[in-house]
Design a protein around this ligand. Structure first.
Ligand SMILES: Nc1ncnc2c1ncn2[C@@H]1O[C@H](COP(=O)(O)OP(=O)(O)OP(=O)(O)O)[C@@H](O)[C@H]1O
Length: 254
């Protein structure tokens, strides 16, 4: 199976402590792969290395066969890697639709020209609206972004991320910090994105039922190191994984 992302001996050391320690990760194209592990296992640090927020102390990262270890985060985004918190430009006073349209526009590199016929930009509104349908936020298209509930804001961020048309999406606990009632809607959105196909998704998540439901494969980190990789069932049956969780400090946030 062709891989879209590979890390080799990926390591980052903070004050003598290796938060990510010699991790070899292989993510096949169009795969849904989850990364699990007890608190402090190094999951978010691994994402920071993959998306370029952090530079590794050692090792390399290959994305679509190219060594991106030294590339800046914006260049990685341009190559097709999307991470939701990179969306910093949510304009609270603009409508939900306008925010997504601006994300579509930024991807397309189209400069708004006051003298151009507005109809030339209709396709961007249409694409933005269809993204809002994907995240089930179309009924709020005319609401100002600032009026959205927390879970709805998360959906808006996901729609803006999808506007970038990334081939690889990195989701770091997408349901963290939102109310219990809003969790199923976010889950539905992720399920839809998976069903649409054509994308690779990497998910960090503590909610095991969500991991088991969505993942083609699961990678387990423990103390910064790769512990196991396999199908959800293989991981559930893996004795090493069981003892890491039982003996560790697994914080089931679900
Ligand atoms: N910038 C940093 N400076 C120093 N130590 C750090 C830094 N970032 C992370 N760490 C440490 O690296 C380790 C891994 O942290 P990380 O946040 O990646 O774990 P995690 O698996 O995502 O945990 P959680 O499930 O709680 O989010 C922890 O011991 C953390 O304190």
């Amino acid at each position: 199976m062709e891989s879209i992302l590979e890390t080799r001996d990926l390591t980052v050391v903070f004050g003598g402590h290796a938060a990510v320690n010699g991790v070899d990760l292989t993510v096949p194209r169009n795969h849904f792969q989850s990364i699990i592990g007890p608190n402090g296992a190094g999951k978010t640090t691994l994402f920071n290395l993959i998306s370029g927020q952090l530079r590794p102390s050692k090792g390399s990262i290959l994305f679509k066969g190219t060594d991106i270890t030294r590339l800046s985060p914006p260049l990685r985004t341009r190559m097709g890697m999307g991470r939701s918190f990179q969306i910093t430009n949510v304009f609270p006073n603009l409508t939900v639709l306008e925010n997504v349209r601006l994300a579509v526009q930024s991807r397309s590199g189209v400069r708004y020209n006051f003298f151009s016929a507005l109809s030339r930009f209709d396709w961007m509104r249409e694409e933005a609206f269809s993204l809002l349908e994907t995240v089930m936020l179309d009924k709020k298209s005319d609401s100002p972004a600032k009026s959205l509930a927390h879970g709805e804001q998360r959906k808006l961020e996901i729609a803006m991320l999808l506007a970038l048309k990334s081939d690889l999406l990195l989701f770091d606990e997408p349901t963290a910090g939102i109310s219990v009632e809003e969790v199923p809607a976010i889950l539905d959105v992720i399920r839809r994105i998976k069903a649409e196909g054509g994308r690779t998704i990497l998910l960090i998540e503590h909610k095991m039922e969500m991991v088991l439901d969505l993942s083609d494969s699961v990678t387990v980190l423990f103390n910064g190191k790769f512990l196991a990789n396999g199908s959800p069932k293989e991981i559930m049956d893996n004795e090493l994984v069981q003892s890491a969780y039982l003996g560790g400090h697994y914080d089931d946030a679900s």
